[in-house]
Ligand binder design. Sequence first.
Ligand SMILES: Cc1cc2nc3c(=O)[nH]c(=O)nc-3n(C[C@H](O)[C@H](O)[C@H](O)COP(=O)(O)OP(=O)(O)OC[C@H]3O[C@@H](n4cnc5c(N)ncnc54)[C@H](O)[C@@H]3O)c2cc1C
Length: 415
Amino acid sequence: MEPLSVVERTEVVIVGAGPTGLTAAVRLAALGVPHVVLDSALEPTRTSNAALVHAATIELLAALGLGEELVRAGRRVHRIGMVDRGRPLVRVGLTGLPSRYPFALGVPQSTTEQLLLHRLAELGGSVRRGHRVTSVRTEGTRHVVAGTVEPDGGAAGFAVSARYVIGADGAHSTIRSATGVGFPGETYPSQFVLADVALSTAAGPDDEATINLSPEGVTVLGRLPGPNHRIIATVGPTATVPEAPDRQFVDALLAQRGIAARSTAEPVWSSRFRVHHRVADRFRVDGVFLAGDAAHVHSPAAGQGMNTGIADAYDVATRLGAVLTGHADEPVLDGYERQRRAAALEVLAFTDRLTKLAMLENPLARLGRRVAAGTVLRFPWPLQRRITMWVSGLGRSPLRQDLPATGEPSLRVGP
Ligand SMILES: Cc1cc2nc3c(=O)[nH]c(=O)nc-3n(C[C@H](O)[C@H](O)[C@H](O)COP(=O)(O)OP(=O)(O)OC[C@H]3O[C@@H](n4cnc5c(N)ncnc54)[C@H](O)[C@@H]3O)c2cc1C
């Protein structure tokens, strides 16, 4: 690698331009804070990964100026239903949520990232692609982020010095490793199958995300924009699952679980994966902050991963913006780890419980699960409200907690 004679200076370096890093970049750009965004990937996400955007996230993205476009691009989900082998157990409505957006949105992660990138460009920002960060070191009150520029085969190096660093570089975060922060947790034994596929009409109402229970596993169905449904299903730890499940596999899985819908084409995208649940021991080391998957990973139950990362990013970027524009003093930065680590632990605990419920193999335990679902039906209030507030993320949204003033007009978050 060539020696680095000039180190560029900025206020904030964001490592990673996934949904978390992009949200932080848009927020900093909106507050007029100089920053640099680095990503090793040569292009943004092309797949639909995180396909459910909850009400709290729509509010946050609306605060960044892309609410209308997001709502237009997505498909509204008004209910979450639970079905046991075709027999409806519970329907929990989202329409009573205390938000201007009383619904969730089915929208591919690639679309959400495109909207964030577009907004960043409108605000004069950009992403430096092909920039792989390999180290971060502290020099006095600043942090130097260094790495290689990949299109040049790693021959050229770069170094950027900043007052603060946001590590939004995903589950295998280099920034987390470089700062020596632990990432304890476990991997679930079950495998998960994902498919985006067009289904026959028997898949259920278009505005409902349906959780289907069966002895073979849990299958979640939700409608995406366009002709496809998103299917996520748990399968046994030793089951043979192809790397990219095809139409035949999907139809056999649906039939085995008593779900009447069948595919009408090959999946446009499918995959099998295992799920980890981990939370970083610390979300901050001096001026280096961890956010999104770099700080926490959990099961896809209730689709919380990207949503929690976007909330982290909004929180940390607002605090950094307030300090760097002179509206607040450094101690407000302490609130980031306090609020967002607590939020991540809450999400992890809830998704862990849901995932373990989904993986139950013992018939008696599964009977208990059906009875528990019936209890939610019999006591709709306040149990259902607690569930919807939790799933929507509104209860732990940074917009509804204490964030420092940044000199902007205050936001209305209610209905
Ligand atoms: C199949 C699947 C389905 C999912 N479904 C859902 C769902 O329904 N709902 C939900 O909320 N979440 C879901 N998730 C999780 C969601 O996709 C992640 O939580 C989300 O992408 C995390 O965003 P992030 O920006 O924190 O990290 P990432 O999206 O992982 O982005 C990290 C970025 O950092 C870059 N990077 C990594 N290392 C470096 C480095 N050393 N130098 C520079 N750049 C680097 C990467 O190129 C990447 O662009 C799903 C995930 C998968 C895989």
